[in-house]
Write a protein that binds this ligand. Structure first.
Ligand code: SAM
Length: 246
């Protein structure tokens, strides 16, 4: 049996009771980074043995894990944060388990794109999750495809690539396209910046440095925001300072 166990994306309280029980009960926890996960496991007093399973050793480790599960072991897969398989290792192991008829149970739980989308203020009834845009090959093609996407677009991005991605999106989708940057979700400095692709670019370009983790939510083509959606400047709502604008 393989359990996919979501872990907190910042706030350690966001671990479900079921996740806690499974992590205590299984024979082995496969972790993306054993040192990162050690902090979480220590916090909850979980003493289950761990093993590393990440993008660079997935074929070898998946074979080892499958052999252990075929011998009767129950394994939980966790990643550094969020739901295993969502823009992080997991897919390969799930596929190997299913090939060998090993049951896979996915627990619901934290994942960064859901709170970002839910609180964005952009339509949530239909959306596409794009994960990380390609950084080189295929980037322009993907941007061109997204320009005609009518559904809300959800992207992951690293802080040091945010400005480039906002600029590329503004060129491909238009400066005026409504968008939201959700930063440091569930953490002390959680922040939602709402505006357009161009005003968000201006806001973050004026910061000394963009830090933390972030999700980008962009309105689909043809979406008409409310008249009070911020168009002239980004409006930044921080759970820490309540509200600042730029
Ligand atoms: N498996 C994770 C999930 O379920 O969301 C995603 C892993 S992916 C390697 C890491 C990316 O998720 C980050 O670059 C960022 O885009 C997003 N992310 C993770 N934690 C976040 C947080 N607390 N706030 C905003 N974005 C976050």
């Amino acid at each position: 049996m393989l359990y996919l166990v979501p872990t907190p994306i910042g706030n350690l309280e966001d671990l479900t009771l079921r996740a806690l029980r499974i992590l205590r009960e299984v024979d082995l926890i496969a972790c993306e980074d054993t040192r990162t996960s050690a902090k979480l496991l220590r916090h909850y007093g979980i003493t289950t043995p761990t093993m590393s399973y990440h993008a660079h050793n997935e074929a070898r480790k998946a074979a080892e894990l499958v052999a252990r599960m075929e011998a009767g072991a129950r394994v939980a897969l966790i990643t550094d944060a969020g739901t295993p398989g969502i823009s992080d290792p997991g897919f390969y192991l799930v596929r190997e388990c299913l090939r060998r008829r090993i049951p896979v149970v996915a627990l619901p739980g934290p994942t960064a794109f859901v709170p970002a989308l839910a609180a964005s203020g952009l339509p949530t009834d239909r959306f596409v999750f794009e994960g990380f845009l390609p950084t080189k090959k295929g980037r322009q093609k993907r941007l061109t495809e997204l320009a005609s996407e009518p559904r809300t677009i959800v992207l992951y991005e690293s802080p040091h690539r945010l400005l480039r991605t906002l600029d590329d999106l503004a060129r491909a989708l238009g400066d005026e396209r409504p968008a939201v940057v959700a930063r440091e979700l569930t953490k002390a400095f959680e922040e939602f910046a709402r505006g357009t692709l161009r005003t968000l670019h201006a806001y973050y370009a004026a910061q000394p440095r963009v830090r933390g983790e972030l999700v980008l939510v962009v309105a689909g083509t043809g979406y008409r925001p409310d008249p009070d959606w911020p168009r002239d400047r980004a409006v930044v709502v921080s759970s820490y300072t309540s509200e600042t604008t730029s």
